[in-house]
Design a protein around this ligand. Structure first.
Ligand code: SF4
Ligand code: MG
Length: 326
């Protein structure tokens, strides 16, 4: 499959007063048609900023300062709201952690889905209603005739997230971006929503970019995972490889902090320390302050993202000589 989305050496920086702080650096990756890719990392690592870049929705104080984004063969001009407006909803859709804040509280939920169809597919009102109802069934909602006229506050969190997914998919976008879509939901509903995302990917071929701090969530949906730390991609590999043989010490830490059957009854591991704040980032490996394998070299020289195996990239000095093991 060809690349649907390509980020090319992208840098995004915040300007605060007279100072500029790079928040994302050297971001290069592809999402192929129909692929499911996860982005994982603690909060403050740049996951959400990366997804907002792809939607052309960077906050006002941030700007793309290097590189660029190619979507479906077209170079996306960062300064062209028209160009982004033309793809948003239609080619790329996004769902968020909190559907309540994304839905209009004053409009029946079914109508909100139908309006999406009318705006982007130029279909008639009755046709839009028919498509919306059909989509509500596809995302696993029941008694949709009645639900169509309900307002957001009448729905549970899980139902609202299903409404958001229906809205995001009604125009058959090529890419769905989901930023922490299940973080606000309880465990059972979370599993159902992740199943639904996987199922929608299989049945519609929509590629998914799933953002989560939880590798366990990504594992349920994605084929490939990109690990981010302090604004950099530090590892990128098929999910199975990451779970079985993580290369980067940060990934190994994330994996260790996953709850598992073998760890029952023991307190969960957490990586000591925290992600450096934007203003505190300096030269050397950004993970050096927290890394159990750090050496003097790591303190002074930033590692490059290297190809450690055919489908495995890693940014760490331990793999500088052709990917030797830790
Ligand atoms: Fe740790 Fe050094 Fe690798 Fe950074 S480059 S992750 S500090 S071993
Ligand atoms: Mg976030």
């Amino acid at each position: 499959a060809s690349a649907l989305l390509e980020l090319q050496d992208m840098e995004v920086a915040f300007t605060i007063g007279k100072k500029t702080y790079p928040a994302l650096q050297q971001i290069s990756f592809q999402v192929k048609e129909g692929e499911t890719v996860g982005i994982v990392g603690e909060s403050g690592c740049g996951k959400s900023l990366t997804s907002l870049s792809v939607m052309g929705l960077l906050p006002e104080t941030a700007a793309m300062t290097k590189g660029g984004i190619v979507l479906d063969g077209k170079f996306m001009e960062p300064a062209s709201p028209e160009r982004w407006g033309a793809v948003r909803g239609k080619q790329v859709s996004m769902i968020f952690q909190n559907p309540m804040s994304a839905l209009n509280p004053l409009m029946p939920v079914g109508k909100q889905i139908a309006e999406m169809a009318m705006t982007h597919l130029s279909v008639s009102k009755p046709e839009a209603k028919r498509l919306a109802t059909e989509m509500m069934v596809k995302v696993g909602l029941s008694r949709v005739e009645r639900l169509y006229d309900d307002y957001p506050h009448q729905l549970s969190g899980g139902m609202m997230q299903r409404i958001m997914i229906a809205m995001a998919l009604i125009c058959s976008p090529k890419l769905l971006i989901a930023d922490e879509p299940t973080t606000a939901l309880d465990v059972t509903i979370q599993a159902q929503i992740l199943d639904l995302l996987r199922e929608m990917n299989r049945s519609t071929g929509t590629a998914i970019l799933l953002i989560s701090h939880d590798l366990g969530v990504i594992r349920e949906v994605c084929d490939r995972v990109i690990v981010m730390y302090a604004g950099y991609i530090v590892e990128d590999a098929p999910v199975g490889d990451i779970l079985d043989h993580p290369k980067h010490p940060y990934t190994a830490g994330l994996l260790q902090s996953l709850p598992g059957a073998d760890k029952r009854g023991r307190p969960l591991y957490t990586i000591p320390g925290r992600v450096p704040a934007l203003a505190d980032r300096r030269s050397g490996c950004p993970f050096a302050g927290r890394c159990p394998s750090a050496t003097d070299l790591c303190e002074s020289v930033a590692p490059d993202l290297l190809q450690a195996a055919a489908h495995h990239r890693v940014r760490c000095h331990l793999y500088a000589n052709g990917g030797r093991a830790v």
